[in-house]
Ligand binder design. Structure first.
Ligand SMILES: *Cc1c(COP(=O)(O)O)cnc(C)c1O
Length: 854
């Protein structure tokens, strides 16, 4: 036996797959390459290979055997087998991207709400059938195995789920893209109910091993905070700045492979985890000061410990700002390092790199890149700023004032002294240009400034994001128009309107139809004769001609009914309430927020309940039975939202046990709404509600998920509801309420005139105040939002048309045959709302990026 000499061993050891270039490959001995290829993981996608791998993982990865394996271990063994496949594809994809060196797209998102990965990977890789049979032979059911997985819940709601859908599309469309985020030790809290109140529990998602991440313990970036900025004069006589931080924390990379559908491509989300620079202060440890020694460790790990649980609401905590910089600095370091490997000049950076900012959370990336280019790489300010602004693009997600991020200048200056200087300089040069265009207009300078002049001053992150980006987009037509006419209207005056554009959100049909509703997916595939819709959602239009086909409609109804039975079982198990699958399932699931108006929904439920009680039993025979289903988390500090949950549960308590109304009405609050629960709920809807005050919901994406699954919408003229309406037509949607352009006047009227409350609403309020649903004092802060609070979300103004729309829903549901036709047409006309369409728009209009297949 010969051993390789030590120098060659070192050479091999240093060769990392991601660093291999063409030249490296050419210099390798073909015999060695041949052996490597022979030993490479085989394709493993037939049943027998799967079973061999499964048993090997049970034995070696889990140290178990046929005698002591449970469903969870079976899940782990299956997951590890799939993971092996993912890693192989991941390596091939990254290697081919390294060789081709195309323009890369970087999606920076503080949230990725991925949900479960196993079923998605099995379906995207086309392994589900073989592996399903494989586990069956070994004594397991695939459904049970899939159900063992805990969600990766690193997001609050729509924004984080959008990032996840976009990663699925980027992979499926072969774009050379990376996601960058944070690896929170605790994701969004688990919600339980106690006495009808929400209680929060920590989300221990990493307590068991996580097969869906690859720790890259060798990819580590030092991130500094605090300290000071020193000036010096360089060799060329230029004044330069150097930032010396006084606190250094390590960012360690964890990679999450994202497989595309119908492609070998597998892209990456890189999540950063914080680690202390030094493990222990050994000196203190030896002096017996164990606690202080551990303290440094704990503070560092703090940074990525927990996801902030607020949706559409800014909380100005210092730790949150530290999270943002930690994430942005680590990601940019990685992006710049990858760019430098190609040895292209800096001027080519925007041709090689597109960075999308998912909301203002990553806005410091703009400042960090400017700092890298000017302070570390020695570029001139203007040259650097030109590169920066050609690289970044910014997606705005909301116009709600309470959601606008702004950070106190003293806080930024203390944590990031050099960044604060750069922000002031960026602002000065920007305002100088504004002044040139609008001489002596001090008003517009104040309005556009990145700095809000208050005590203390604040950094307006949206302003910084606009100034540092070449494109700004909203997420639905209405929203994109609103940002141009309201919050950013002065920027339009300065930049012109071309800088502002729209990319309507989308959802991935792989998860939200193929995976969540396999029966409907199969039926669609069967009737249109291909699976094309999974790659090109517009081919769902082929369903249109079956909307009047008797046989097809019967099958459509059968699928919907079985999904309703599945949800009814879930409700029974998780709430104890028995619901009738023949009733109309009316669903509102989303984060609990005043602007989303779950309050208005439950008030209308009370109205319905009172109407039912007034009826004779003959009259009640004629009514459409309804199950009203709610779900969603309230931010832990959002008192009013939490009261809404309590009111829903109090109403449910009374209604569900009132036998006098028979089972014409049931009310259910499903706890702990998350992606996996959504996958059960959404395919089972007859009607779903998207009833935000007009102009407040930027887009919404669950509206799209419901309609794709053949559910009708009851909605306001807001967000993407408007475009869904345009696509599916008047007959297939129930729209109501005041329009966005009426909102300001209505609010004004509430503020300055005595607008009487809608009489039907007043009756409901009186009912709550009479104590019908428990101690009414509990609910007075909620009722006060309508009175003292001047009904900011205009519930009274929309209540009448809301009730009328509800009546139309009941009437329409009586004609089951026509309802089914509507349901089919809904699905058939949803092609536009694929996240594939959205990603292609970003790629062509904003990133100038092309696909690059492995
Ligand atoms: C899609 C989705 C959302 C977004 O719902 P909206 O109704 O658009 O606010 C929130 N949470 C989960 C789990 C989702 O899947």
């Amino acid at each position: 036996m010969s051993t390789p000499n030590s120098s060659s061993r070192i050479r091999y050891h240093k060769r990392t797959p991601t660093g291999v270039t063409k030249n490296d490959q050419a210099s390798l001995d073909p015999k060695i390459v041949g052996l490597w290829e022979k030993c490479a993981v085989n394709e493993n996608d037939d049943k027998e290979n799967f079973q061999r791998s499964f048993v090997r993982h049970v034995t070696t990865t889990l140290a178990r055997s046929v005698y002591n394996i449970d469903n969870f271990s079976a899940y782990q063994a299956t997951a590890h087998t799939v993971r092996d496949q993912l890693i192989k594809r991941w390596n091939d994809t990254q290697q081919s991207h390294t060789e081709a060196d195309p323009k890369r797209v970087y999606y920076l998102s503080l949230e990725f709400l991925l949900g479960r990965s196993l079923d998605n990977a099995l379906l995207n890789l086309g392994l589900k059938e073989n592996f399903g049979e494989g586990v069956k032979d070994l004594g397991f059911r695939m459904e049970d195995i899939l159900d063992e997985e805990v969600d990766a819940a690193l997001g609050n709601g729509g924004l984080g789920r959008l990032a996840a859908c976009y990663m699925d599309s980027l992979a499926s469309l072969d774009y050379p893209a990376w996601g960058y985020g944070l690896r929170y030790t605790y994701g969004i809290f688990q919600q339980r109910l106690k006495d009808g109140y929400q209680v929060e529990f920590p989300d221990y998602w990493l307590n068991f091993d996580n097969p869906w991440e690859l720790p890259r313990l060798d990819v580590v970036v030092d991130i500094q905070f605090g300290g000071s900025v020193n000036k010096y004069t360089d060799e060329d006589g230029r004044v330069r700045h150097v930032w010396e931080g006084n606190d250094v924390i390590k960012a360690v990379a964890y990679d999450v492979p994202i497989p595309g559908y119908g492609t070998k491509n597998c892209i990456n989300i890189r999540l950063w985890s914080s680690k202390p620079k030094r493990q222990f202060d050994l000196g203190r440890f030896n002096e017996g000061q164990y606690e202080q020694a551990v303290q440094e460790q704990m503070q560092a790990e703090n940074i990525t410990a927990v996801l902030y649980p607020n949706d559409n609401h800014m909380v100005g905590k210092e730790l949150r700002l530290k999270q943002q910089y930690f994430w942005v600095a680590a990601s940019l370091h990685d992006i710049v390092r990858r760019f430098k490997k190609s040895e292209k000049p800096w001027s080519k950076f925007p041709d090689q790199v597109a960075i999308q900012l998912n909301d203002t959370h990553p806005t410091l990336a703009i400042v960090e890149l400017q700092r890298i280019l000017v302070d570390l790489e020695g570029l001139d300010w203007d040259e650097a700023w030109n590169i920066v602004t050609r690289t970044f693009a910014f997606t705005n997600h909301t116009i709600l004032p309470e959601a606008m991020e702004k950070w106190p200048v003293p806080m930024v200056a203390y944590l990031l002294p050099r960044h604060m200087q750069i922000i002031f300089d960026v602002n000065l040069f920007f305002l100088q240009n504004v002044e040139k265009l609008f001489p002596d207009d001090r008003d517009i300078l104040a309005k556009l400034s990145i700095i809000e002049e208050a005590t203390p001053q604040f950094v307006r992150m949206a302003h910084l994001a606009i100034v540092g980006s070449h494109q700004v987009n909203g997420v639905a037509e209405l929203h994109s128009n609103l940002i141009k006419t309201t919050i950013f209207k002065d920027f339009v005056k300065f930049y012109g309107s071309e800088k502002f554009t729209n990319v309507t959100n989308g959802i991935t049909p792989r998860r939200w139809l193929h995976q969540a509703n396999p029966k409907l997916g199969d039926l669609i595939t069967e009737v249109i004769g291909s699976k094309d819709w999974l790659k090109d959602l517009s081919s769902l239009s082929k369903l249109e001609k079956f909307a009047d086909d008797k046989e097809f409609k019967k099958q459509w109804v059968t699928v919907k009914r079985s999904n309703k039975v599945r949800l009814a079982e879930y409700i029974k198990t998780h709430t104890g309430v028995v619901v009738n699958p023949n009733a109309l399932f009316d669903i509102q699931v989303k984060r609990i927020h005043e602007y989303k108006r779950q309050f208005m929904n439950i008030l209308s439920v009370i109205h319905r309940y009172n109407s039912l009680k007034k009826m004779s039993s003959e009259e009640r025979c004629e009514v459409v039975k309804r199950v009203v289903i709610f779900g969603g988390k309230a931010a832990p500090g959002y008192y009013i939202a939490k009261l809404v949950i309590k009111l829903i549960n109090s109403v449910a308590e009374v209604v569900n046990k009132d036998e006098s109304i028979e089972d014409t009405l049931k009310v259910v609050f499903i706890p702990d709404y998350n992606v996996s629960v959504a996958e059960i709920i959404i395919p089972a809807s007859d009607i779903s509600q998207h009833i935000s005050t007009a102009g407040t919901e930027a887009s919404g994406t669950s509206n799209m998920k419901f309609v794709l699954n053949g559910g009708l919408i009851l909605g306001t003229v807001d967000g993407a509801n408007i475009e869904i309406h345009e696509e599916i037509g008047d007959d297939n949607i129930f729209m109501f309420g005041n329009l966005a352009d009426q909102v300001e006047d209505l609010r004004h009227a509430h503020r300055y005139r005595n607008v009487p409350i809608d009489p039907a609403l007043q009756e409901v309020i009186n009912d709550i105040e009479s104590g019908h649903f428990g101690d009414s004092r509990i609910f007075s802060p909620l009722i006060n939002t309508l009175t003292i609070g001047k009904d900011y979300y205009l519930i009274s103004d929309d209540f009448g048309s809301y009730l009328s729309a509800q009546n139309l829903v009941d009437e329409a549901y009586k004609n089951q045959d026509d309802w089914t036709r509507k349901s089919i047409l809904c699905t058939a006309r949803m092609g536009k709302f694929s996240s594939d369409r959205a990603i292609i728009e970003y790629a062509n209009r904003i990133w100038n990026a092309k696909p690059c297949s492995a």
